[in-house]
Design a protein around this ligand. Structure first.
Ligand SMILES: Cc1cc2nc3c(=O)[nH]c(=O)nc-3n(C[C@H](O)[C@H](O)[C@H](O)COP(=O)(O)OP(=O)(O)OC[C@H]3O[C@@H](n4cnc5c(N)ncnc54)[C@H](O)[C@@H]3O)c2cc1C
Length: 459
């Protein structure tokens, strides 16, 4: 011990790796590399960690504007929570209790039976009993062309890499049916034209595998944002907030990152977890090439905006209708937030617009959008009159450091492309949910961090 004290301090060692972005993939990558003895610096543009994990800690029930829950089969997510020391709780009842949302077509509440016979139901006869929000998922689950969903991105699947529109047409849906079942509130894409059917088939395979692994839904006690906050605390190296990356330069020997504040950071390698929607605004030298360059420039990100409303009285008890609403109008999809001490308690409502409607809301601006949403709900559901308050508005397209929600793939962007986009370009490596090929969402983000950490360690 005395000898150690007397020894001359070693010269400070340079940073081995710079990780760009402190979302879950960047944080996990930094931790994995530190465990192997590497010196890591994380640069994050926002003044917070977590990226697309975003809890409103100042609102009742701590509503989630980003990541909601992990499935029981999320081995990596469950492991990350255990390492970080946060508690996961089973929240499946939040989604199950209180029944499906009411269907409001043209302002009128319709039961499933009424919808099946409704003159405005544009679905083929055999599909008329499906609610608009169900039909695409049901058809994909039943008629997926993928024999092995894990091979979705294989170049041999190029003939399957067609638009969802073309795929739904082949299922017998009219343009009007496609509009209602998909484009009013698309899970993926702005509309059925700009998303690959192959991507939805892959997603279907992943969902089925997750259901087979167990039906629990897990979320972090006290809000999901607690997970990245705890993961950030586990890091030994610098995690610098407010560092907007504007340039990345790699040479044969090192990597240099420049931030908007003029700071310059040098390391042996750099790992970008930035969504391609923001990486495309970063100057990369030498420039990327081939399908990777095209993907960075063009990969689309889901338009999604969320209003969080609170209710001053339980209007659903007054009109006896389901608290949730699926509407074909400006009021989007209204979902009760059962985030209180018991799932019976409704702590507020999220109202989501996806696709074109998200742009429409954003274009109005936050206050006008919330006023329009509330007026729209009051018009079709009189029991809500005077009882809804706009508490918060969150646009993923409007977020400078995301510019859209999850990545999705356009027709022709999957087969033979997905497997290329995450490959290293010299000393520049990539991770993030958009580079995952075996898992989706948070689990995909973590999968990508394992892949990139191994890549860097074996480089
Ligand atoms: C509304 C919503 C619901 C979701 N629900 C679920 C769910 O229920 N289950 C599930 O598994 N997944 C869900 N997800 C997806 C999941 O949240 C993401 O897949 C995951 O969090 C992505 O992590 P990431 O590290 O890849 O990206 P991000 O979290 O986006 O991290 C990237 C980081 O890079 C930073 N950054 C960007 N540009 C720059 C720049 N120029 N300079 C410096 N820093 C920059 C960002 O600020 C961010 O912190 C949901 C996402 C959303 C938005």
């Amino acid at each position: 011990r005395a000898a150690a004290k007397a020894a001359k301090p070693a010269a400070p060692r340079g940073t081995d790796v710079i990780v760009l972005g402190a979302g879950i993939s960047g944080l996990n990558t930094a931790w994995l590399l530190e465990q192997q003895g590497l010196k890591v610096t994380v640069l994050e543009g926002r003044q917070r960690v977590g990226g697309r994990i975003m809890t409103l800690m100042d609102q009742p029930g701590y509503p989630e504007m980003g990541f909601n829950s992990m499935a029981e089969g999320y081995g990596r997510g469950i492991d990350a929570a255990a390492r970080a020391g946060v508690t996961l709780e089973e929240v499946g009842a939040r989604y199950r209790i209180g029944g499906a949302p009411g269907l409001y077509i043209n302002g009128k509440l319709l039961s499933r039976e009424e919808w099946a016979k409704h003159p405005g139901n544009p679905f083929p006869d055999a599909m008329k009993t499906f609610m608009p929000a169900e039909l695409v998922n049901v058809l994909i689950a039943k008629n997926t062309r993928l024999k092995d969903w894990t091979q979705w991105a294989d170049a041999a699947n190029a003939p399957l890499d067609i638009s969802l529109y073309e795929w739904l047409k082949a299922q017998g849906l009219s343009d009007q049916a496609i509009h209602l079942a998909n484009d009013v509130s698309p899970y993926y894409g702005s509309n059925a034209y700009d998303v690959s059917a192959l991507m939805l088939e892959y997603n279907d395979g992943f969902v089925k595998a997750q259901i087979a692994a167990g039906i629990k839904s897990l979320a972090v006690k006290g809000g999901n944002l607690n997970l990245p906050i705890a993961m950030a605390k586990m890091l030994k190296g610098d995690l610098l907030l407010g560092k907007e990356v504007v340039a990345i330069e790699t040479t044969a020997t090192n990597a240099t990152v420049t931030c908007a504040d003029g700071s310059v950071h040098v390391a042996g390698r750099v790992i970008s977890s930035l969504p391609f929607s923001t990486l495309r605004h970063v100057h990369v030298m030498p420039g990327l090439s081939g399908v990777q360059a095209r993907a960075v420039a063009t990969m689309p990100y889901q338009p999604l905006s969320i209003a969080f409303l609170t209710a001053t009285a339980p209007f659903w008890e007054e009109d006896k209708a389901a608290p949730g609403m699926w509407t074909d109008g400006v009021t989007g999809v209204v979902t009760p937030q059962r985030f209180g001490a018991t799932p019976e308690e409704i702590t507020g409502f999220t109202v989501q617009a996806r696709g074109a409607m998200a742009h429409y809301w954003d274009g109005m601006g936050k206050e006008a959008a919330m006023a329009t949403i509330i007026a729209g709900i009051e018009a079709i559901r009189p029991s809500t009159k005077g009882k809804l308050r706009g508490a918060a508005y969150f646009s993923w397209v409007g977020e400078r450091f995301n510019q859209g929600d999850w990545a999705y793939f356009s027709p022709g962007q999957v087969a033979g492309v997905m497997t290329e986009i995450g490959k290293p370009a010299g000393r520049l490596h990539f991770c993030g949910e958009h580079t995952a090929t075996g898992a989706r969402g948070l689990e995909g983000a973590l999968e990508s961090s394992e892949r990139v950490a191994l890549e860097v360690l074996s480089a």
